[in-house]
Structures are given as structure tokens and as C-alpha cells.
Design a protein around this ligand. Sequence first.
Ligand code: UDP
Ligand code: MG
Length: 323
Amino acid sequence: MAARPNTLYIVVPCYNEEAVLPETAKRLREKLRSLIRAGTIDPRSRVFFVNDGSKDTTWEIITRLHRVDPIFCGADLSRNRGHQNALLAGLMTAKDKADMVISMDADLQDDVEAIDAMVAKYMDGADVVYGVRSSRKKDSFFKRFTAESFYRLMDALGAETIFNHADYRLMSKRALEGLAEFKEVNLFLRGIVPLIGYEPAIVHYKRGERFAGESKYPLKKMLSFAMEGITSLSVKPIRMIAAMGFLVFLVSIGMILYNIIRWATGNTVAGWASLSCSVWFIGGLILLSLGVVGEYIGKIYMETKGRPRFLIREVLGDEDSKD
Ligand code: UDP
Ligand code: MG
């Protein structure tokens, strides 16, 4: 196989990261330089910082880095739009200039040394290389517990994600072009990326501690992120309403049988049978109807996302039209 084009961009979203940015920049520059020296990647490879409306001197640091060494470049968002949107902004800007893009956090929790393995997998033909944590020992018990429950819950609710993979991944140009076809506004990248398809691969790495500064994901943000993930990928919660309705309906049938038995054995209280039966019956009916209405709303919801229905890997018989 001919060598693949190999300009690498590393996209790093940054929100109030002045404490770690100089160190992150230093390590990423060393990594890129050594890969360029080895001839693995193109000399036009870059580190691309996205400033997500930071309130500290993050953007000043990025501009200074760029002035001193053009291996660093960046984009400044108009305001804070959150991690996923900052990441998307970086990916979509970089995709026109790069052949492969690696996204990673600014805090050095994602092991820089895994980049070599990711690039190697790309060279072997992978289009999406997922960075998967091999251990969470460095995370606090609380973080580990909440994060792992989150992945399990996502799975149970029908949002398929790669277990213990966050947003440390490599994507090829065509995978990024595929991602660009997903027009949805509620973005949950780690759920969308597996939907793109093409050749996947996995690289394991050890997740370290945040190098400096504080987590920008307090519990509140984490919960809303989880909610976003589930509701933007799956309509299963709506289905649960219908299932619940069906269950209550069964109870109402049980209730009717029970009342008949009581009546047959002479144990009747005036008015009780009709009341208890209708409460369950009507309850079940309402839930079931809600579920049916919800099913249509779910369909409308999925339609409004305008997701691509297919992405083509290759077309045969098109060889002499272009290139
Ligand atoms: N981040 C961002 N915008 C935000 C919050 C976070 O761009 O509104 C970036 C942040 O700078 C970091 C990454 O997202 O590069 C992950 O954040 P953090 O390390 O604080 O999350 P944690 O590792 O604690 O889950
Ligand atoms: Mg972090």
C-alpha cells in the first residue's frame, strides 16, 4: 500500500488552562519534532489550540506560542461554548489542512506518548483510532465510579460508546469529512464518532493526573453531559414509557381477575372493584398512549438531526473522472 498522506494536527481545547498550557505546549512540540525528524509525519504538522472563551490569559499564551514558533497555531472562540463544541471547532478547522487529527485534553491527562501508536495505526490504514484508558488508578474513587457507571448507563439506554474512551482519538481526513455530515446541534462526539464507520482501531494508554490547574468538569457539568449523551443518541427513554404503560395494563388485568375472585368468594366491598380496576386500567392506557405519541416525537427528533444516512467508502468505476 502506498504511504498515506501524513500531515498531523493535534487539536487541544483549552478553557482557563494558563496553569498547564506552557508545559503542554512544550511536550507536544517535542513529540511533533521527533516525529517530523523520524520522517513519520509531514513537517507542516501543527499543534492547534482552541481557546474556549477563557477568562484568564490562555489566549495570550497561545498567541505568544504562535509568535515564537509557528508549529503552534490556534483559534479563539467568541465565547465559552463547552468542551465538545470547542473540540468540534478545532476538528472542522483542522480537517482542511491536515490528513489526520488527534484530539486531546490540555491538562496532560492523555498520555502524549500514545501519539506514536495512534499515528502507526493510521499508517496501517485506520481511520479512527480510539485512545482507551487501560487503568483509572489515578482517578479518585468518585470520578472512577461515576465515569464507569456513566458508560454502563449509556450502554443500557442504547447510546453505544467505546468503554473508557473519552475524547483522545485520531481521526483521518475522510472520517472528519464524515463527521462534518452530522449536522446536529446537540453534540456528543464520543457517541457520534462510532457512527461514522470506516476502519476503527484502539490504542491503550495510562490516564495520568491533571498536570496543574483544576478540573473544568464539576459534577453539575458531568451530569448535564451524561444527560446530553443519552438524549442526543437514543430515544430509548421514550420507549420505556410505552413499556411501563404495558406493564400497568397487565396489572389492571390482574386487578380485574382478583376482583372477580373476591366477588366469587363473597368478599365484596361496594364500589371498590370498579374503582380499583379503572384506576389501573386508565393509568395503563394513558401511559401507553403517551408512549405512542412519544414514539412519533422520537422520530421527529431523529429527523431534525439531519444525520447522513450513509457515507460511501469507495466507488468503483469512477477512477478516471478525477484526480
Ligand atoms: N474544556 C473546554 N471548555 C469547557 C470545559 C473544558 O474547552 O467549557 C477543556 C479543558 O480545557 C480540557 C478539556 O476540555 O482541555 C477537559 O477538561 P478537564 O480536564 O477539566 O475535564 P476532566 O479531565 O476533569 O474530566
Ligand atoms: Mg482532565
